[in-house]
Design a protein. Structure first.
Lengths: 223, 223
DNA sequence: TCGCAAAATGAACACTGTTCGTTATTGTAG
DNA sequence: CTACAATAACGAACAGTGTTCATTTTGCGA
């Protein structure tokens, strides 16, 4: 750990690598959120100059795409092939939400960044596809099913990082039904430390799975 | 429309207003997307200096929050009180997705920005709450129901602005099921110009509504 | 050993959102 | 009507962002 200024020129021992940069970025995201994980923050944490990072990554978008890969590793696909398809989806969905809720910036980028072939994210999709096809879902429906679940999951991940009271209507006398419903919601929580976002996620996921299960049984009934 | 440089000091006729700034920002977002709608872009479009905007808005976050209000106006709540609750939700959800898909930046901010009392967004929630409560949904469940639908809608809005081929696995031989499912999806489109995101949205929404309808009927059966 | 490539620092760029001083005009109170 | 405070524009500059490119130093392969 050098206490003096590092010399210009190639170091004797490599200081940086792509993986190190990505792991540092993810760590900063975890600790400080989006605002504390910029190029300069990462460079400072690694005790190099910001421009040194560009020898290993092409830019900030590259960092975010790499973080996405790291986060994808946290998505639990172990249920597919071992549990019923809907239980496997439950496990996948909860772990998926949890993985991305910790890193909101990756959500917007993930939705917009083309998938790199042979990436970890690609392998995650492979496991889910294989599980659903094996369970009996028609091939042409599987990707749509995954994406629609993902829409819900990613929206829910964003919801999970928002403050719990951000939808509080206060004492708005122009919105009496909204106020009453919001108040009633708080008194309907199973326990004081329960997060509303967990209730929302379970409600939405179970509704989707119930609907998909009905579709699935209809398809089985037709064949 | 002055052809010469505007003088320093208060103008004889007001040049700016909060509404004008917000409408211009929304227009730029529509035309150029997020990258073409910054403070300097708005100022340039209105032929003033960037700092002049700060007499009417507190900052960029304020602009985005204002845009959110304008976009909320485009959400169609007319079905509530006039249609069955699930048909009203369908109309709301499709218009909601459409309104926000055009302005991705507002999604991230909306999820994180506390709701201002008596705002248009608040009125939108009031209409939805009133409709669902009138239809018979228990008060304590209504907000959770709305938020879970919103999670899906906002995720789907993000999905809708992404390129259609961003999930293309190409010829990845390590992901055969994924490749097969992706290929089969393309051949399963109802028409060549159909957007996959519309299929996804309908599939997910209908699944959620089917599940919620089952829950609703269960609640009615219990009472 | 030599030459080229890699990887670090250094210097600077273009751009962002924002603050605050100056200028010119309006609005309000006496 | 006058004086002063408030308003709203421009001007100048700030702090911060991601990035490029030149220079320096070292590793690696032939």
């Amino acid at each position: 750990m050098p206490m003096e200024a590092r010399k210009s020129g190639r170091p004797r021992v490599a200081v940086l690598s792509r993986d190190l940069i990505l792991e540092t970025a993810l760590k900063l995201l975890d600790e400080r959120g989006e605002q504390g994980a910029g190029i300069r923050d990462i460079a400072r944490a690694l005790e190099v100059r910001p421009s040194a990072l560009y020898n290993h990554i092409s830019g900030q978008d590259d960092i975010i795409a790499g973080i996405r890969e790291l986060v994808s590793d946290r998505i639990d696909v172990s249920g597919f092939g071992n549990l019923s398809w809907d239980d496997a989806v439950r496990r996948w969905a909860w772990s998926y939400r949890s993985a991305f809720a910790a890193h909101p910036p990756t959500i917007a980028i993930m939705v917009v960044t083309p998938l790199a072939p042979k990436s970890r994210t690609s392998q995650m999709y492979e496991a889910v596809c294989a599980g659903l096809i094996e369970a009996g879902w028609p091939e042409h429906m599987v990707v749509n099913l995954i994406v629609s679940l993902e829409c819900f999951i990613l929206g829910a991940a964003l919801d999970h990082v928002a403050p719990d009271n951000m939808m509080d209507p206060g004492e708005d006398e122009t919105a009496p039904n909204f106020v009453a419903a919001y108040t009633a919601r708080a008194s309907g929580l199973p326990s004081p430390e329960a997060r509303p976002t967990d209730i929302v996620f379970e409600m939405g996921l179970e509704a989707m799975l119930a609907g998909l299960t009905a579709t699935f049984q209809q398809l089985k009934g037709e064949s």
